[in-house]
Write a protein that binds this ligand. Structure first.
Ligand code: FES
Ligand SMILES: [Fe+2]
Length: 363
């Protein structure tokens, strides 16, 4: 079997036995949302009791796609031959027979709602493994109030792995984002991670503290910051689907550059979920704990983030159609690719474990 780009040994494009972000809590309502996730058409809906359900969106009888239009109250009615389904997926009525085969139930996928995300386990061949669900509470809990804003979802015509790696690639910023993020000097280019934390469901690259004279704009946000400030940043992967990139803590420093106080936190969230083998859903948002009442600041950050993501998507869409022409092992890496390659190896290990389990259980 030929490895799938950008892996050197794995033959499937993403791990299947993992939790992925199915969508935002806020977009899942009593009206079913149809979304293709990991190659399967799935209905996401909320019951009258407030629970989220994820059901296979194809009627098991003759594969008629089901959607919000086919809802009658809480039930779904297949428009082809009239099978009726509960929100649990159970088929409860057929027009011309009393006996309802079990095989007519819509398959139900395990889901977990952890506001603001709904996570799905989209591999029905293996039981959902709760130990693989990343713990995101550290992102949202803090002494100070945090504001989640600028949420959105877009579509990328590229495989999920290249979208993930792009988020750990700092050296493209001056070239892909000169308009939105500006051109950086070499000294201000990608810094090597000063430490890497590797846990079963979390990978975190800590970057060195950057110290510089406080720009005037920052004093408006943080009146107590003083004349020297610093930014402590990190990039994290939660599970296989959530990236928190450019996660920054703004600190005040003394003249020698020693950290004094934490002033505020800012984080960019990216939920990356395969739609098919070569297309991806991209959920994005920003989190901050300073100036939380300012809509102007929210709009400035949010509009720039949308611009940055559109620039990334243009590049990723251009790359995808060319990826069947090469093998990743022939591709040279820059020194600055270390973090993205680290992410690649980690994801590939997960895929190889699945592939190994599959072949050993088949044998
Ligand atoms: S395809 Fe749905 S009832 Fe026949
Ligand atoms: Fe980018």
């Amino acid at each position: 079997m030929i490895p799938v780009y950008p892996f050197s040994a794995a033959t499937q494009p993403y791990p299947r036995q993992q939790w992925y972000i199915a969508g935002w809590s806020s977009e899942i309502t009593s009206s079913p949302l149809r979304r293709r996730l990991l190659g399967q058409d799935i209905l996401l809906l909320r019951t009258s009791g407030g629970d989220v359900r994820a059901l296979k969106a194809l009627c098991p009888h003759r594969q008629m796609p089901l959607c919000a239009e086919h809802q009658d109250g809480e039930r779904l009615i297949c428009p082809y031959h009239g099978a009726v389904f509960e929100t649990s997926g159970q088929c409860v009525s057929l027009p011309f027979q009393k006996h309802i085969p079990k095989a007519l139930d819509l398959k139900s996928f395990p889901v977990v709602e952890q506001n603001p995300f709904v996570w799905i386990w989209a591999d029905l061949e293996t039981p959902a493994d709760m130990s693989r669900l990343p713990d995101t509470t550290s992102l949202f809990s803090h002494d100070t109030e945090k504001l989640l804003f600028g949420t959105g979802t877009c579509h990328v015509e590229a495989r999920s792995q290249v979208v993930l790696e792009n988020l750990f690639d700092q050296s493209h910023i001056s070239f892909t984002h000169p308009a939105s993020l500006g051109i950086r000097s070499c000294e201000d280019g990608p810094a090597k991670a000063c430490s890497v934390l590797e846990e079963p469901t979390r990978l975190c690259f800590h970057h060195p503290l950057k110290v510089f004279p406080t720009p005037d704009a920052m004093i408006a946000f943080f009146p107590k910051i003083g004349s020297t400030m610093g930014i402590r940043s990190r990039a994290e992967l939660f599970g296989v689907s959530l990236v928190v990139a450019a996660e920054s803590e703004i600190v005040s420093c003394d003249e020698k550059g020693h950290v004094q106080d934490s002033m505020g936190q800012l984080a960019f969230l990216h939920g990356i979920t395969p739609e098919t083998d070569t297309t991806t859903h991209y959920h994005f948002a920003i989190l901050r704990d300073f100036a939380t009442g300012s809509e102007d600041i929210s709009e400035q950050y949010a509009s720039r983030n949308r611009e940055v993501i559109a620039e990334d998507v243009r590049v990723l869409n251009a790359i995808e159609p060319c990826l069947d022409q090469i093998r990743a092992c022939d591709e040279p890496n820059f020194m600055t690719d270390a973090e993205a390659v680290h992410v690649r190896r980690r994801i590939e290990r997960l895929i190889l474990e699945e592939e190994h389990l599959r072949t050993s259980s088949a044998g």
